[in-house]
Write a protein that binds this ligand. Structure first.
Ligand code: FES
Ligand code: FES
Length: 153
């Protein structure tokens, strides 16, 4: 079947099969390598993208669910000012070690920061609760995010 969707601001058409996952359509069909293949069971957050602005784990979302929707990957936020600040802060704070979890973390926290309101350390930890990181112990990513938040406020 053919579906149409908006991917990173552009209309695209995909030829998919009913069992295809959004993860594979993005990585293999579109070359969106920021969408990482991790646990493949919805637990690690490394395959996270935005579906109509909400973070979703693409390994557990059928590709057909993207039909008529807006999908944003990290590639689509490359020129976004807030995302650039987050990326710089992650690098400056030593929040990127192996980096495998980083795209998913960035997507999750970008979505949270765009909801507005206040942001405490607990809020950051809650926003990242679906993103598993085996390297950093979360302290550096949390520090990097709070620095961006403090500069923004
Ligand atoms: S690969 Fe999708 S949540 Fe882990
Ligand atoms: S930096 Fe390695 S898994 Fe998070």
């Amino acid at each position: 079947m053919i579906i149409e969707l908006n991917l990173n601001g552009k209309q695209v058409a995909w030829e998919i099969s009913p069992g295809d996952r959004l993860l594979d359509a993005l990585r293999m069909g579109e070359g969106a390598v920021s969408v990482k293949r991790g646990c493949e069971s919805g637990d690690c957050g490394s395959c996270c993208v935005l579906l109509n602005g909400q973070p979703v784990n693409t390994c557990v979302v059928p590709a057909v669910k993207a039909s008529g929707q807006e999908i944003t990957t990290l590639e689509g936020l490359a020129e976004n000012e807030l995302m650039k600040k987050l990326q710089s802060s992650f690098l400056d704070s030593g929040a990127v070690q192996c980096g495998y979890c980083t795209p998913g973390m960035l997507i999750a926290i970008w979505a949270r920061l765009n909801t507005g309101g206040t942001l405490t350390e607990q809020d950051v930890r809650h926003a990242l609760s679906g993103n598993l990181c085996r390297c950093t112990g979360y302290a550096k990513p949390v520090e990097a995010i709070l620095k961006v938040w403090e500069d923004k406020s």
